[in-house]
Ligand binder design. Structure first.
Ligand code: C5P
Length: 236
């Protein structure tokens, strides 16, 4: 997997997505989340693949192990870079997710990396304590989920750049730290709580960054993307 930033295509329709992608003249790393996928279906994946974009399908699956197994088995037919589940679904669910991915791929060995969401980057420590009843620090919770994901055989986690170094220290350099919550210094935080710039994310130990509104809502998305790439220092 190359290290270019993944652009979060949080659009409701293919028309808007296609207009946005038309601003670029190269194949991109893109993230398809529930907004685009659930309103348009798997055809979105086929369209993006046919234009040589590389996809992180961010569906954050969280269900009983058998259901997640079936969903992953079906998704394995697509040539995706990344897929994810919620670590809160537990080790049995994560193991079955991986099994489904292998079972559904034609060679029996998927090249897609499966990662787990730890705590959403929009979650604050206060919310975690008061709503999830987890009386620990965000770092403890994220590290615990990352350890469970590693134990289940997953390839990495989605976390905030602030937790990346801790995870690298405990789970190793090869265990991916995929980090949303990225903002250019001039941008608004929006609903995200734990944010940093691309440059800072790199310094903090992210392996892959995901950037949405800082690019998609910019006055000049192409220029914003170039700024992100420059700060992040992406290499092919
Ligand atoms: O617009 P923004 O850069 O905040 O978008 C971040 C993207 O990453 C969104 O598509 C969001 O769903 C996703 N994401 C996240 N936090 C996670 C996992 C995914 O923000 N833990």
């Amino acid at each position: 997997m190359n290290q270019k930033p993944f652009i979060a295509l949080d659009f409701p329709t293919w028309e808007e997505t296609s207009y946005f992608l038309g601003l670029f003249h190269e194949s991109l790393n893109v993230k398809v989340g529930m907004e685009l996928y659930l309103q348009n279906g798997p055809i979105i994946i086929e369209k993006l693949l046919s234009k040589d974009h590389r996809i992180f399908l961010d569906l954050k699956l969280h269900d009983i192990p058998n259901t997640v197994y079936g969903a992953m088995k079906g998704l394995a037919q697509y040539d995706l870079e990344l897929l994810n589940v919620h670590a809160a679904g537990g080790t049995a669910m994560m193991e079955k997710a991986l099994e489904g991915l292998e079972a559904g791929s034609s060679s029996g060995r998927s090249r897609t990396k499966l990662i787990a969401v730890t705590q959403l980057t929009s979650t604050s420590e206060m919310q975690m304590r008061e709503e999830q009843l987890i009386p620990r620090s965000i770092d403890d919770s994220v590290l615990h989920y990352a350890s469970l994901a590693k134990q289940s055989g997953l390839h990495g986690v989605v976390c905030s750049p602030h937790e990346a170094a801790l995870i690298r220290e405990h789970c190793g350099e090869d265990f991916l730290r995929v980090t949303p919550g990225i903002r250019l210094s001039q941008d608004e935080k929006g609903d995200q709580h734990r944010v940093t710039t691309p440059e800072k994310a790199k310094e903090l130990g992210s392996s892959v960054i995901v950037v949405g509104r800082s690019i998609t809502k910019a006055v000049d998305p192409r220029q914003a993307y170039e700024q992100v790439v420059k700060e992040w220092g992406a290499i092919e």
